[in-house]
Structures are given as C-alpha cells and as structure tokens.
Design a protein around this ligand. Structure first.
Ligand code: ADP
Ligand code: MG
Length: 256
C-alpha cells in the first residue's frame, strides 16, 4: 500500500527550480532512499514533505489525505517525524530526557513543558518514561540513559536524535543524512537500528550520501539531479542505470 504519495512537486527559489515536477510513492513498511549530487533538491524536497516549506506546484498526501501546506507541528501529529542533517539535541539534558521531549510533542503536557522539565501528571509521566527507555533500548543506547547528551559520542548522538523522533510515535520517519560523520562501525550500528525501526512498523525515507549504506538498506531509490527525478527503482537497477551513472555515480568512477 502507498503510504506517501508525492505528485508533481515543484519548488522554485527566484529563477532556480530546486525541485522540478517530482513524483514518487513510498510503500508501507519499506525503506526508500533519496540520493543525488549536492544541490539536487533533496533537502528542499524533505522540507516540503515535512511542512517546513510549501511547494509552488504539486501535492503530497499521506495515508490518502492531503499533507501539503500543513505546519510542521501538524505533520508530526499526523504521524510523520523527521531528523535534521545537523544534530539538534538538548545538550545538558540526559538521553532519556531528550527522548521524553519527542514524546511530549504529542501529549497533553506538551513540548515546552517537557523542555522546561515541568512535572507532568503521575501516570502519564511514568508511561512516558517507560516508553522512552524502550526506545533507548531499541537503539542500543540504554547505558547512556542518564548521561547528558553533550557527553555522548557523535555516532550515538545521531541515534539519540532518531530515538527522539521515534518518540513522537510516527508511522513514517524521514532521516536527513543519518550516517553523516559516522565511522564504519557506527554506520553498521545505524543500519541495524534502521532495520529494527522498519520491523517495528515504521516506514522510512532516508536522504543519504553513504552509497554503501543506501545500496544495503534501501528497498527503492529515487535519484534526483538538478531538481528532476532521473531514476527510481531497486538498488541493483539504480547501480546500472546509465543516466544515474552519468549524473552521479559516474563522477566517482572517473576518480578511480
Ligand atoms: N531557501 C533557499 N533559497 C534559495 N535557494 C535555495 C534555498 N534552498 C535551497 N536552495 C537552492 O536549491 C537547490 C537545491 O538545494 P537543496 O535542496 O539543499 O539540495 P541538496 O539537499 O540535494 O543538496 C540548490 O541550488 C540550493 O542552492
Ligand atoms: Mg541537503
């Protein structure tokens, strides 16, 4: 089943068409990657999909309902979470507290109260803490539960940001370059975490530069070049696609 439908999305900045008539579907339970050279329009597309930007043309629907033009907060309430290219954590708060902030994005106590660490109602708070602890375990971060985010190594901070996004209870999660700055071992941990998240029922869309990771984890790949979708398909076909090789992978081959 198609969970997300992107239809003819165009976004212009002055004379520049950053995203140019892009359409694709994301199927429930799958991992979809969006790749392309720098400036291809990946981040712009992500912003359009998560309410941080609006398309000039086209539409996005989620679970069969229009998502285009919804505010970021409403997008989260609809069950779409995202992470950012640059990690954004509450540094002095513990790992558990960071995850709680995500959870509170959709509970009564609210995001601001959580950020200020105001006490919630007893039962709600207890459930929230149990759920946050469960998410830390899911990402293998349980030993960091009570450590300030600032003390965590870079790779684990990326995972913590994913845990926090998961705490909003998403059906769909969009990750912007989750492997950026990760070493080989950390990237392997990330891949395992992504499989676990997918197996827990969360559909994933991943913008990523690490081709090894993309080819390993993706069910399908969308390739953007200068705002246009130039290819879409499973990794084994994308790897051989002449237009993709010319626009993107070919540049790497020439370097070798
Ligand atoms: N807010 C903006 N104002 C003007 N130009 C922008 C803006 N955001 C992105 N662009 C331009 O749109 C194009 C696509 O950018 P982006 O979506 O960030 O690409 P990618 O994430 O694939 O590297 C680039 O040429 C970029 O300079
Ligand atoms: Mg980008």
């Amino acid at each position: 089943m198609s969970l997300l439908e992107v239809r003819d999305v165009t976004r212009r900045f002055g004379g520049l068409t950053a995203v140019d008539g892009v359409s694709f579907d994301v199927h429930e339970g799958s991992i979809k990657a969006i790749i392309g050279p720098n400036g291809a329009g990946k981040s712009t597309l992500f912003n359009v999909l998560t309410g941080f930007d609006r398309p000039d043309e086209g539409s996005v629907s989620f679970q069969g309902r229009e998502l285009t033009g919804e505010r970021p907060h409403k997008v989260v309430l609809r069950g779409v979470a995202r992470t950012f290219q640059n990690t954004q954590l509450f540094e002095e708060m513990t790992a558990l507290e960071n995850v709680l902030v995500g959870r509170h994005a959709r509970t009564r106590t609210g995001f601001i109260a959580a950020a200020l660490r105001l006490p919630g109602t007893g039962t709600e708070e207890k459930l929230a803490r149990e759920e946050a602890a469960r998410l830390l375990r899911l990402l293998g971060l349980e030993s960091w539960t009570d450590s300030p985010a600032a003390d965590m190594p870079h790779g684990l901070r990326r995972l913590l940001e994913i845990a926090r996004a998961l705490a909003t209870g998403p059906t769909l999660m969009l990750l912007d370059e989750p492997a950026a700055g990760l070493n080989h071992a950390e990237t392997a941990t990330l891949a395992e975490a992504l499989y676990r998240i997918r197996d827990a029922g969360v559909t994933l869309v991943v913008v990523e530069h690490d081709m090894g990771l993309v080819m390993e984890i993706s069910d399908e790949i969308v390739v953007l070049d200068q705002g246009r979708k130039i290819a879409e398909g499973p990794p084994r076909l994308i790897q051989k696609d002449p237009e993709v090789l010319r626009a993107y992978l070919g540049q790497e081959d020439e370097d070798e």
